[in-house]
Ligand binder design. Structure first.
Ligand SMILES: [Zn+2]
Length: 97
């Protein structure tokens, strides 16, 4: 059976947002860490907002689909709002882990 693993969901990193994250803004601050990257997760609505925040500071960044990240991050800090999930995802969510 292929359906044995439910890995949970990524949640948007924006303050007080609990929407499911579809994007990751990966950035770094060259003045502090040359190589170490930070990852911010973003829902559809916060993608531009978070990218702009980083861009305004002149930090290099890139945006990748969350599916490229592998394991979920950030879900221990807050729970995803089930309303932001697709019907199919909600089924997995409500099925529990
Ligand atoms: Zn958000």
């Amino acid at each position: 059976m292929a359906l044995s693993r439910v890995s949970g969901f990524h949640v948007c990193s924006a303050r007080q947002c609990t929407e499911v994250a579809r994007w990751a803004v990966i950035w770094r601050n060259p003045r502090i860490h040359q190589a170490r990257e930070k990852t911010w997760l973003a829902c559809e609505g916060h993608k531009e907002f978070l990218a702009e925040f980083v861009a305004l500071r002149g930090f290099p960044y890139r945006i990748v689909p969350v599916s490229e990240l592998g394991e979920p991050v950030g879900q221990s800090a807050k729970q995803v709002d089930p309303r932001s999930l697709t019907a199919e995802e909600r089924k997995i969510f409500e099925g529990g882990v």
